[in-house]
Design a protein around this ligand. Structure first.
Ligand code: F6P
Length: 553
């Protein structure tokens, strides 16, 4: 379905019609320079979009479209701390969070770098105290385990970075363990606490609003568990630290002022790991590696700010995502990192992309008349080859795939890294070229297949190919390259938002479910009148759930 806005961009409309039915292998056959023309280099990274359903003219038109959308103005506004989050009248301060100490970013006449510098100093001191075992709990014993209690952006980023980097380098053997609890499901906190000892456990309550139901429930559960474990005569305050924009609520919970780390209102949750939300990262990896994470992201910031669009990775990749979703009609996008350390990257990118661009009105409140962000999902390679790659190769849906491939292993083991990289490149190649009848016939006939049995065998093995992908080759995964990769995704999400015309920094869509959960919870507890106006399905489900909850025979 072509929105009437297509007519505003006839060149892109024509390009989409041309390329939608093109055979990608033919595009390579017709243009020997295609692989080079649609590849991009940055700091030894190699980004290949030549397997995307694009060609140089279409990319040129997209770049022109970006210029017409005034992308340059919006990028400058982002880094200047302008209030781009219109519905909440806030700036988006994640670039400032990794800016050098000497920088200044003025918002409403105040240099936000002042608080950022001060918080960095407090974070470094806290991480050192934890790693040196100088922070004692109520029992006079050093705190040796951190449990981060948070959800969404107060969980996904720190958890990804700890997961990705904790095994990536030479970790101090006695580095504090960091666990993450996010879900309201009591199993999550319960299973985590089962592995903890009250005397040596510190809870890091990470919540920008300090009102999120899951986080407050888990923080209260942790506090009760601690009281039981420490006994009534011991003050649990030393076992709690908060990261929040709502200092009053953290104080009311019982967290001491010296243990509250601020989080500026202009820092969006899904963009916050660079702030004090990253405290768990600094504890787990050490302050020096947290700084490397910031430095990697800042390097990508500089690239995004200053590189001409035609060689600008966030711009080009943002355009590819926009092209696939808005012009080619793809409603899904797959991210497959070929690195076990990045297993949590798809989950992180889901929040980043879908809370940012899962919108249907423009930043001015007008209804969007075209498709906006595609769903992002994925898995780690090579495991995904044994999970959903069958669907990718022979299913009826074409879904663009992003392969993220660190080439060098952090801990080499035989030739496994070479085989891992080979699998990634081969999967992208298989999606492009497929496997067709002639080749299958030549393969199967000598094996005795003939007649209808041969035709059936060919049909079962046929892979259409002609399926698009992007491949990002990184030299290796370390704190700097991870920081740059995550900043790349933040900025390409921003580029897409500008092209859709949406505000990527608010998330009003999450409020309705939270509001409806109140009356449903009351009804499940017996106050069935609380859902009198609810739909019949919800009321029946509540009735059945109450019956099942009561029937614990
Ligand atoms: O999912 C909605 C959301 O507001 C996210 O944007 C945010 O990261 C998460 O909930 C947690 O919010 P808070 O950090 O305020 O607890």
């Amino acid at each position: 379905m072509h929105a009437d806005t297509d007519l505003q961009f006839p060149d892109l409309h024509d390009a989409a019609r041309r390329l939608r039915s093109a055979n990608l292998a033919d595009l390579f056959a017709r243009d020997p320079d295609r692989a080079g023309a649609l590849a991009f280099e940055w700091n030894a990274w190699h980004v290949d979009i030549s397997k995307e359903r694009l060609d140089a003219p279409a990319l040129a038109q997209l770049l022109q479209h970006a210029a017409q959308a005034n992308l340059g103005h919006w990028i400058a506004a982002l880094f200047a701390g302008e209030k781009l989050n219109l519905s909440e009248q806030r700036p988006a301060l994640h670039p400032a969070l990794r800016a050098p100490d000497a920088d200044s970013v003025i918002v409403d006449g105040v240099d936000v770098m002042t608080e950022i510098r001060a918080t960095r100093g407090r974070m470094a001191a806290f991480a050192a105290a934890m790693r040196d075992r100088r922070r004692l709990g109520a029992a006079g014993v050093a705190l040796a385990r951190v449990v981060n209690i948070g959800i969404g952006g107060s969980d996904l980023g720190p958890r990804l970075c700890c997961d990705a980097l904790a095994e990536a380098g030479e970790m101090a053997a006695d580095s504090p363990e960091v666990a993450f609890v996010s879900n309201l499901d009591p199993e999550h906190l319960g299973r985590t606490l089962a592995r903890c000892d009250a005397a040596t456990t510190l809870f890091l309550v990470t919540s920008k609003t300090f009102t999120t139901q899951e986080t407050l429930a888990n923080a209260r559960g942790a506090r009760e568990w601690l009281a039981r474990g420490l006994g009534p005569r011991r003050d649990p305050a030393a076992h709690f630290v908060a990261v929040t924009n709502n200092v009053a609520a953290a104080r009311a919970f019982g967290i001491r002022d010296e243990d509250i780390f601020p989080m500026a209102e202009g820092v969006g949750g899904r963009y916050s790991l660079w702030s004090a939300v990253g405290l768990s990262i600094a504890v787990r990896l050490g302050w020096a590696r947290f700084v490397q994470l910031l430095e990697g992201a800042h390097a990508m910031d500089l690239h995004f700010r200053h590189e001409p669009f035609a060689r600008n990775l966030p711009v080009v990749l943002g355009l590819v995502a926009y092209w696939n979703a808005r012009w080619l009609g793809h409603s899904q996008r797959l991210v497959v990192p070929y690195a076990q350390a990045l297993a949590r990257l798809p989950a992180y990118l889901q929040q980043l992309q879908l809370e940012s661009n899962g919108k249907s009105v423009t930043r001015d409140g007008a209804p969007l008349r075209t498709a906006s962000a595609a769903a992002v999902w994925g898995g780690v390679g090579t495991d995904s080859q044994h999970a959903f790659f069958q669907w990718l190769h022979q299913g009826t849906h074409e879904v663009p795939v992003e392969f993220i491939v660190p080439v060098r292993a952090c801990h080499p083991l035989g030739d496994q890294q070479r085989m891992l990289v080979a699998n990634a490149l081969a999967q992208a190649q298989a999606l492009l070229v497929g496997r067709h009848d002639d080749a299958l016939r030549a393969e199967l006939a000598p094996k005795g297949y003939a007649g209808t049995r041969l035709e059936a065998a060919i049909a079962a093995r046929r892979c259409p190919g002609n399926r698009a992908s992007t491949t990002i080759l990184l030299p290796q995964l370390d704190a700097r390259s991870l920081g740059a990769l995550l900043a790349l995704y933040e900025h390409r999400t921003f580029v897409e938002a500008i092209l859709y015309g949406v505000n990527p920094y608010d998330q009003w869509g999450v409020e309705l479910g939270k509001t409806l959960a109140g009356p449903v919870a009351a009804a499940l507890a017996g106050d069935v009148r609380a859902v009198d106006g609810a739909d019949a399905s919800t009321r029946m489900l509540i009735e059945r759930a109450r019956a099942l909850a009561a029937d614990d025979s």
